[in-house]
Design a protein around this ligand. Structure first.
Ligand code: BEV
Ligand code: ZN
Length: 268
């Protein structure tokens, strides 16, 4: 079993133009929505933030599938084999999947931005609080239920670790396609230094948009090649049966109001 979007993805119509889907105008009482622009000079250094402790076991990697928003690499989250703790987190969180958001070109694509700087893509490693809950679907509605690590992608040298994933993408070109995908260590997608990050209380950026996420946004980016990102853009939002095929690009949510929230930094 691995967490997946189908449990909570609602049938939202895609609009033809940005943003990628016709989202509800505002989440009722939404005062901690994501993504946001991180204004560095307004972030507050918190010396009590500890280093993140990430422990991933590649043997928990199970499959990759196209859910019509992004492609998800799903992990077996029935045990505490792949976890994150420390940093801003009070509890231990279990990895259930990772996915990306990207643009139609290299000028934009990330969901968060740093002083308005957008990146061509953004990785999300999704974890749920296994100290307090027993399923992702339970944790997803709790204010301390989820922790998502975000890593920006920049165009540069080829990312050797990513290539195994890139090579599997043609097999999940269409919405609802799925293939077995094993022995992938997501730690290879983290920057060398994971001690420098921003953290804030936010929400999921795709349905169910619940305000359950402790965001951990890495200061350091990783590099992928232009050709690797081009394969992301070869994916489709649409299923094989649909008449009109639409490229999976610009699958990011519009940025949301900060509404008085404080973004803390683990570094000065
Ligand atoms: N992009 S995101 O990670 O904030 N959104 C999600 N929705 C359901 C699982 S992860
Ligand atoms: Zn995401």
């Amino acid at each position: 079993r691995a967490c997946n979007l189908s449990a909570c993805s609602s049938k939202l119509a895609f609009s033809q133009v940005h943003p990628m889907w016709q989202e509800p105008l505002a989440i009722p009482g939404g005062d901690r929505q994501s993504p946001i622009d991180i204004v560095v000079r307004k972030s507050v250094f918190d010396p009590q933030l500890r280093p993140l402790k990430v422990q991933y076991d590649p043997r928990t990697c199970q499959q990759i599938w196209n859910n019509g928003y992004s492609f998800l690499v799903e992990y077996d989250d029935t045990t505490d084999k792949s976890t994150v703790k420390g940093g801003p987190l009070e509890d231990q969180f279990r990895l259930c999947q990772f996915h990306f958001h990207w643009g139609e070109n290299n000028a934009w694509g990330s969901e968060h931005s740093i002083d308005r700087r957008l990146f061509p893509a953004e990785l999300h490693l999704v974890h749920w609080n296994s100290d307090k809950y027993s399923l992702f679907e339970e944790a997803v509605i709790e204010e301390n239920g989820l922790a998502v690590i975000a890593v920006f992608l920049k165009i540069g040298k080829r990312h050797e670790g990513l290539q195994k994933l890139v090579d599997a993408l043609p097999a999940v070109r269409h919405k609802d396609s799925l293939v077995e995908f094993t022995k992938f260590d997501p730690a290879c997608l983290l920057p060398e230094n994971i001690d420098d990050y921003w953290t804030y209380a936010g929400s999921l950026t795709t349905p169910p948009l619940t305000e359950a996420v402790t965001w951990i946004v890495m200061k350091r980016h990783i590099e992928v090649s232009h050709d690797q990102l081009a394969v992301f853009r070869s994916l489709l939002f649409t299923s094989a049966e649909e008449q009109v095929q639409r490229s999976m690009v610009n699958n990011f949510r519009v940025q949301q109001a900060v509404k008085g929230r404080t973004v803390r930094s683990s570094f000065t």
